[in-house]
Design a binder for this molecule. Structure first.
Ligand code: SF4
Length: 285
C-alpha cells in the first residue's frame, strides 16, 4: 500500500482554485483567440476580442476571470493500493475550498432555505476506485449561467440516436446567449440517469481540439459541433461562426429499454485543472 496524505490532495486543490479562478483553461483561451481571428461578423469579433482581453487581464492581474467564481466540482480516481491518511478526505477538500474561497464570491446555498453557506462549501466530490497506487484529481469551477442551461433526457430506444442528436443541438439552441457562448458541450450517452449526468460533466475536462479515442464517438462529436455552429448563435449571442468550441462525449452501456442523454453546458470561461498525487508528491498536468 502507498500512504497518501489527504492534506496533499487538498493542497493541490487549493493551489488549483487559486490559479484557475483567474486563468481560463489554456486550450479554451487559445480557441477563443482563434475564433476571434476567424470571425467575419464585426460585432461578434468585438465581443470575442473583449473576451480575449478579459482573459489576458485576469491572468496578468491575478483577478477572477468572471464574477461567478462557480461551484467546486472534483473528480478523484483513487488507486486501490492507496491508503489515505491524515484525516477524512471530504473534510480536507471542503476545508481547502473554505480557505481558497476567502477572497472569492461565495455562491453556494441551501436549496430550500436559500441561506448561503458563506464559504462556498460543500464541493461536489466524485470518487472512483481504480487500479494502481496514485490519486488523480480533476477540479473545475463551474458557473451556473451555463449549468442552468443543461438538460437530461431519458429516451425510449425507439426514438434512436437521431432524436438524441436533435435534442443535444436543440438544448444549445434554446440556451441561446444565456450560457455566455461560445460554449463547450459535455454529453453523456447511456448508463443510468445519474451515470449519464456524471459522464456529461466529466466530458468537459477534455482539451479543446482533442480527439475522442473512439472513432464512432469522434465522428459524432464533429457532426454535433458542425450542427451547433450552424445555429449561428455566436459569441454572447451576437451571431457568427462559433457557437461552440467543442463537443465531448462519454458513453456507457445502458438498459435495453432506455437511451439516456445528458447535455452539460459550459461557458467560454472554462476553469479546470488536473493533478496527480503519488509517493513522489504532487504533480500538475
Ligand atoms: S456563464 Fe460563465 S462567463 Fe457567464 S457569468 Fe457564468 S461563469 Fe461567467
Amino acid at each position: 500500500m502507498t500512504n497518501i496524505d489527504v492534506n496533499l490532495i487538498s493542497e493541490g486543490i487549493k493551489k488549483a482554485i487559486d490559479k484557475i479562478s483567474c486563468e481560463v483553461e489554456p486550450s479554451c483561451a487559445e480557441a477563443i483567440s482563434q475564433a476571434r481571428d476567424a470571425e467575419k461578423n464585426a460585432t461578434t469579433r468585438f465581443a470575442l476580442d473583449v473576451m480575449c482581453k478579459n482573459i489576458e487581464y485576469a491572468k496578468s492581474a491575478h483577478l477572477p476571470v468572471c464574477q461567478d467564481t462557480g461551484m467546486v466540482v472534483v473528480f478523484l480516481r483513487i488507486g486501490q493500493d492507496v491508503n489515505l491518511t491524515g484525516g477524512f478526505l471530504d473534510d480536507a477538500i471542503n476545508g481547502t475550498v473554505r480557505e481558497a474561497f476567502a477572497p472569492l464570491r461565495k455562491s453556494v446555498l441551501d436549496p430550500v432555505s436559500r441561506v448561503n453557506t458563506k464559504d462556498n462549501t460543500p464541493a461536489v466530490i466524485h470518487t472512483q476506485i481504480v487500479k494502481g497506487d496514485t490519486v488523480q484529481a480533476e477540479i473545475m469551477l463551474k458557473g451556473f449561467g451555463s449549468e442552468n442551461m443543461s438538460a437530461l433526457y431519458m429516451l425510449n430506444p425507439a426514438q434512436g440516436l437521431e432524436t438524441a442528436k436533435d435534442l443535444i443541438v436543440d438544448t444549445v439552441r434554446k440556451a441561446a446567449s444565456n450560457p455566455c457562448p461560445p460554449v463547450i458541450i459535455g454529453v453523456g450517452l447511456g448508463g443510468t440517469f445519474e451515470k449519464c449526468a456524471e459522464m456529461s460533466k466529466h466530458a468537459l475536462f477534455r482539451q479543446i481540439g482533442s480527439e475522442n479515442p473512439d472513432p464512432v464517438l469522434n465522428s459524432l462529436e464533429q457532426e454535433l459541433l458542425d450542427r451547433i455552429n450552424s445555429l449561428g448563435i455566436g459569441a454572447q449571442g451576437f451571431g457568427g461562426a462559433t457557437t461552440a468550441l467543442g463537443v465531448f462525449i462519454e458513453s456507457y452501456p445502458t438498459h435495453i429499454s432506455s437511451l439516456p442523454v445528458a447535455v452539460n453546458v459550459l461557458c467560454h470561461c472554462s476553469r479546470a485543472a488536473k493533478f496527480t498525487v503519488d509517493k513522489g508528491g504532487l504533480r500538475y498536468e
